[in-house]
Design a binder for this molecule. Structure first.
Ligand code: WTA
Length: 654
């Protein structure tokens, strides 16, 4: 469906079930009726800048007030111009100074049995201040880039907040990435420092992060130092002068480190994500606008209250962890659960055990996890008391209605609204989602836009499509959480997001709007595969394959997968090599080394040549159909050579 050209998308999903919030939920919610939502939305559109100005003044601490809400030099936005604030101050000092220092910020749960820590906001402020002083001791200054490659331990959040405190720009690299991927990111950002750990736990195994970091550092000339957290006591080799233990670094620094007043538009972080070209792009977010957007969207969408225990199961290596573990919830003073490990360790009921133990009231997870839970069986859920839950959330990809229903009934006991949140690394925070006390849910729809957000669905000729017609999803106006650019590549930023549709942000997703004005996301318009809610570009996988000496040409496509949403299927032509199982394994290993485990192809098919158009473009639609087990149907009149398709089918059968 997503693969058709925009404007010609047929809508096959016809979901008619509607789930309004219960009266009890609506009564207690901050925004408790459709009328209240409509009023807030209307207010945000009547004077969008005025709306955000008021929000910013009320919800952030300002060392110096801003004098202009928005400077829009399309496509470059500056929000809250001239103001000075600090994200770490808003996340920590603000609560401690208001007397809430003893509130629990994190209930941290390591993967090994009994590995637990309770960390208050006062503790976090102390740890962040010490580590920020440690960073200064190493010569890290405002504007320097710091890569962070760590497991899901509290120190990961501490490292992020410490960078924010002194104005260093962090680039968190997911712990599943390979040395090559880390080196690419270090080099693109010209990182000065890498923060890592001797390892972390995943499904009962100790991951040797430091060894991977060492391999990456051999190819990262700009990185001067490497800080190593001792998580596993496994004594990795330390390189003299370059490597320093986290605990040694902070052993002799002052306890106090005032948050530096930073300009609203100073960069807060870079986060690399996949686009439709091979080179990962460093999405750049800045200080005040991002902070405000993460905070307010957290409060609106999760209807957050002081007594909530919030658990977002994402990793901080992705945008969801940035916005809805660290910056959104912490600015709001939330109490959270943070978990290090796998959902099926030691048993498939780990999540439900955690919810019961900490009395989690809001769970925010991904459809891929939900589908895995369904497969593992209801008996794992039945063992635990989940009555503390009052709200559920979903992110990363569309949630299919059947998974939605299971989540609603089995996990939520039929009483918890589900917020299906649509957004992207680029948007900084949630753009569309039900407000749980106000907007009735429809399984599979992200429903309505948040305040200040104006989505449009356009066809190829850039006209707005009618009700229930699919098209390109665009956003009409700048918003505070939007990306400010791609690190070091303004041209690519303009080209990718602002060229095809003038004066609008192009999301790269297809969508339709139904008769109630609800939005339904219909997949990507570009060559991005969504594997377990993580974006991978087909070209990245192809480039990795082609870098293997035996490979002549490769094409990667997504195919439907019950658990992961999409699996990666690759079609490979070899240079004078036999297409053996050993070669298949070698290629999988190669991709693991080049990108990481998350990009390893599920299917490797060898073919003597790839189907191409006359202009030499690989016919992906055809390959997608073949990968999905369908016939290579559709229009093949532009094939360079019909026999290719036939051969491919034969290869498939052999
Ligand atoms: C997809 C993750 C349908 C979409 C926060 C988007 C979704 C991409 C949803 C961004 C959803 C995310 N329904 N699709 N609720 N949420 N997506 O940058 O294709 O990792 O463009 O950000 O994930 O992925 P990213």
């Amino acid at each position: 469906m997503s693969e058709s050209s925009p404007g010609k998308i047929s809508n096959v999903l016809n979901e008619t079930r509607v789930f309004p919030p219960s009266e009890a939920f609506a009564k207690n919610a901050a925004i408790g009726s459709m009328a209240a939502y409509e009023a807030l939305y209307a207010e945000s559109l009547a004077d969008t800048e005025g709306f955000w100005e008021k929000q910013a003044k009320e919800h952030l601490h300002w060392f110096e007030p801003f004098h202009k809400t928005l400077e829009w030099d399309e496509p470059f936005a500056k929000w809250f111009v001239g103001g000075k604030t600090n994200v770490s101050y808003n996340c920590l000092d603000a609560h401690v100074l208001a007397g809430r220092g003893q509130r629990v910020a994190l209930y941290w749960e390591g993967e090994p049995a009994g590995d637990r820590r309770t960390i208050t906001y006062a503790d976090l402020l102390r740890d962040v201040s010490l580590f920020a002083n440690g960073l200064k001791k190493l010569g890290i200054k405002k504007g320097d880039r710091v890569s962070i490659y760590m497991p899901m331990v509290p120190e990961l959040a501490v490292a992020m907040l410490a960078c924010a405190r002194i104005g260093a720009i962090h680039s968190v690299i997911f712990g599943g990435f390979s040395a090559e991927a880390i080196a690419d990111r270090n080099n693109d950002a010209k990182a000065k420092l890498l923060i890592t750990s001797d390892g972390g736990w995943r499904r009962g195994k100790a991951l040797a992060l430091k060894a991977t970091a060492d391999e990456a550092l051999a190819k990262s000339p700009t990185v001067e130092h490497c800080i190593v957290l001792n998580r596993l006591n496994n004594n990795p080799p330390m390189v003299e002068c370059r490597d320093i233990w986290w605990h040694d670094l902070i052993s002799d620094v002052p306890a106090d480190c005032p948050a530096e007043p930073l300009d609203s538009e100073d960069s807060l972080f870079i986060l690399y994500t996949s686009g439709s070209t091979g080179k990962p792009k460093g999405i750049r977010h800045t200080t005040a606008g991002y902070n405000l957007y993460a905070k307010r969207t957290f409060e609106w969408v999760f209807d957050h209250r002081a007594e909530d225990i919030f658990w977002c199961t994402a990793d901080c290596g992705w945008i969801t962890g940035h916005s809805y573990i660290v910056y959104g919830p912490m600015s709001a003073g939330a109490t959270q659960v943070m978990y290090e490990g796998a959902p099926n360790w030691p048993e498939e009921d780990r999540f439900w055990e955690i919810i019961e133990r900490y009395k989690v009231s809001i769970l925010y997870t991904a459809p891929t996890a939900i589908r895995a839970f369904i497969k593992w069986g209801d008996h794992h859920v039945d063992k635990h008391d989940l009555s503390s839950l009052r709200l559920l959330g979903s992110v990363g990809e569309g949630i299919n209605p059947e998974a939605w229903m299971w989540y609603y009934e089995k996990i939520g006991g039929g009483r918890c609204p589900i917020v299906d949140t649509w957004w992207q690394t680029e948007t900084g925070g949630i753009m569309m989602s039900p407000l749980p006390g106000a907007i009735p849910c429809k399984p599979g729809s992200c429903t309505r836009p948040l305040p200040g957000i104006i989505p449009r669905v356009l066809d190829d000729s850039l006209a707005e499509v009618g009700t229930n017609h699919g098209g390109m999803l665009c956003i009409e106006k700048p918003w505070p959480g939007m990306l400010r650019g791609i690190w070091g590549d303004d041209a690519r930023y303009q080209d990718q997001y602002w060229k095809l549709v003038p004066h609008m942000y192009l999301t790269g997703d297809n969508a339709r709007q139904d008769e109630d004005g609800y939005f339904w996301i219909m997949g990507r318009i570009d060559d991005v595969i969504n594997v377990s809610g993580h974006r991978l570009s087909t070209i990245e996988v192809e480039s990795a394959l082609v870098s293997h000496p035996a490979v002549a040409e490769a094409a990667a496509v997504g195919r439907p997968d019950e658990i992961k949403g999409q699996a990666i299927a690759v079609f490979v032509t070899l240079k004078n090599h036999e297409p053996t199982d050993a070669m298949r394994d070698a290629l999988k290993k190669h991709v693991r080394k080049e990108i990481g485990a998350l990009a390893v192809p599920d299917d490797v098919r060898f073919t003597s040549s790839l189907p191409k158009t006359r202009s030499g473009k690989i016919m992906r639609r055809l390959l997608r159909d073949i990968a999905a087990g369908k016939e290579g149907t559709g229009d093949t009149s532009t094939l360079e050579d019909y026999s290719v398709l036939v051969r491919l089918r034969n290869d498939d059968e052999s």
